[in-house]
Design a protein. Sequence first.
Lengths: 112, 111
Amino acid sequence: DAEITQSPRHKITETGRQVTLACHQTWNHNNMFWYRQDLGHGLRLIHYSYGVQDTNKGEVSDGYSVSRSNTEDLPLTLESAASSQTSVYFCASSPSMNTEAFFGQGTRLTVV
Amino acid sequence: GQQVMQIPQYQHVQEGEDFTTYCNSSTTLSNIQWYKQRPGGHPVFLIQLVKSGEVKKQKRLTFQFGEAKKNSSLHITATQTTDVGTYFCADSSSNTGKLIFGQGTTLQVKP
């Protein structure tokens, strides 16, 4: 079955380190999204992509970067992890604009 | 920029009572999507509303899109413990393709 997977599921890292969270989907969806979820803030959009070589900043993109070298993957990199980036991160994909988004299981990141 | 406000943030109900969550925007929404996230889980798509004044039903769930396309609601009739979770609305922009979520309403159901 087609799916969207995130790895790792849990990660503890130290302040200042570079961290990359993986997101892989097998649906061949064009659109991919990264969100962070924090209590009281819901899901906030970090970056999104409409296709290969396309990336766009979301609402809370500072300190994060993404790259889209193929259709299946949109890795999220924290250039220099900060405690404020402790959160649950969700990756999602959708086939096109205005269609259902499918979410991964999430990655719980703790920055100490 | 796009902003979607959702109220209430939390709701505790007795099993069998009804529940409603509201989603409001200061700008006209292109489309509105609703998602449910179970505790410890990930958001799962419920429905998309596109037309002004649209009403859709899924068993005990009723979704409405306002006439001006600036608000939407999700109503659950006779809640059950399986309805526990956080319900999110999301603005699906037809121009940018961005999916912007409201803060969510967390529903607790007491048996």
